[in-house]
Design a binder for this molecule. Sequence first.
Ligand code: GRG
Length: 301
Amino acid sequence: MQQSTASGFEARLKQTADEVEAFLSDLFETKGAAAPNLIEAMRYSSLGQGKRLRPFFVIETAKLYGANHQSAVRAAAAIECIHCYSLVHDDLPAMDDDDLRRGKPTTHIAFSEATAILAGDGLLTVAFEIAAHPDTHANGSVRADLVHALSMAAGKDGMVGGQMLDLAAEEKESSDLDEIVTLQGLKTGALFRFSCEAGAILAEAGTEARTTMRKFAEHIGLAFQIADDLLDAESTAEQLGKRTQKDATAGKATFIDLLGLEGARTRANTLVSEACSALESFGENAATLKEAARFLVERKK
Ligand code: GRG
């Protein structure tokens, strides 16, 4: 039986972070690399910090379906590379123009703008290199499914599409709740969807399993984003390790504008309850995942 204590969840999040850190540190080896300074910038952008939430959901859902652990660590590292690339590119002057990320100078400040673009490109590309590698799964058709799901999450019908809608929202007079839910479902939710679905893909668990995990992910992705808006409104840059109140400054509508602080908090908690309901059939085996869902809205950074 899985542990359901807070320390059980925290220990597993830490274990995930350590495993992903070790994997990426080995992969991004400057010695003998074609372009060592690019690898240095990729290391800077991906190692040392970050909650590793997306990897956590890959590893925990893989465990739920009985997938091989090393396969899960590789898929977890792949999605973290996509996430880190999105942060590097989002921080660029042409996008959000931020100078602080994960408590340290953003990649384009620490290196150069051109190097940050290439480090992001390198992180994006290496995610597919990891997913498509035979070590990720012996069955080529499973690897193809994984790469397809990763592409859908990262690309035009996922995170990149959401980012485009986000840029367009800056030019609009106002956005309604449905529009923000759609935008955030792509920009932030799509990577969570992959993270929760990857375990079912690796375990060859079938369509129903994938649908269940997508449902769980849709609820937690939105809850995560609402919590992010709340943190952005109520915390300092020192607490979060990144600039705060960005959306208000850019004139973008957030969940808080539309629901109010208390309404947003209530909506986030409802989404967590709905996410947990999607896992009811797993009983105690899903205790850690449910705890993780609650953590997403209770976290302080
Ligand atoms: C540039 C293609 C492209 C996409 C950018 C996701 C995204 C799209 C930009 C990130 C900017 C941002 C602050 C989004 C809000 C939600 C979010 C992804 C927060 C950061 O995720 P955490 O809290 O970060 O998991 P850590 O640092 O813990 O990994």
